[in-house]
Design a protein around this ligand. Sequence first.
Ligand code: KIV
Length: 271
Amino acid sequence: MSVHKVVKKITTHILQEMKLKGEKISMLTAYDFSMARIVDAAGIDIILVGDSASNVMAGHETTLPITLDQMIYHAGSVIRATNRALVVVDLPFGSYQGNSKEALNSSIRIMKEAEAHAVKLEGGREVKESIERILSAGIPVMGHLGLTPQSIYKFGTYTVRAKEEVEAKRLIEDAHILQEAGCFAIVLEKIPYKLAAQVAAELTIPIIGIGAGNGVDGQVLVLHDMLGINNEFSPRFLRRYANLYEVITSAVQNYVKDVKAKDFPNDSEQY
Ligand code: KIV
């Protein structure tokens, strides 16, 4: 029997067990109560309250503008909807890069005010001290390497990272540093599948990929992308499981038509 089928509540220890047993981990983003309730009841292992809320929910071009207060608001909504999944919350840009004390204070606010289960932050060796300090307060930390969207202005583009040997070597070293610092899992974003598979094979903690191929321990996607709500974003790694853009457009068009035609509400829909 798979761990996924029997477990009532996902913890970081359960994720470790899944890796040991070779059972893949499923992870999706969610930012609000209604979506999180559906995603959790459908059996997802991890819900990520990603700083992609900055793009998806607020319409910003990058993840940089979202604030710690806004992340806490989204995280609280998701937590109230969740019974089974482990809820991980992104530390937003500017809430942890200053120093490790700031990283700890931001993490404590997320855990206390949103009642989250864990935090995620981007970066390798440069955030090691912050990871250790957050962990010293008993807060589980997920790492994030490869394409790290908070550094988009340093990278210049959203293309595949670590294709060259020097960057690939540094990424492998950073993954080991994050594991030694105590991260319970790492997200690898948009890197060659062979490199991602090597990291997953070398490390004992779960490696969750997005655009990182099939050789890792789990997969994560942005919910609105995989549901086809956002139809303007079509990277190669994205599989669309629905076309909600079309479903919602058609529903709204039908509603407008019915209202204009005085067909809604009808006799049975009024008091
Ligand atoms: O913010 C986010 O949605 C993420 C995923 C892309 C992993 O960090």
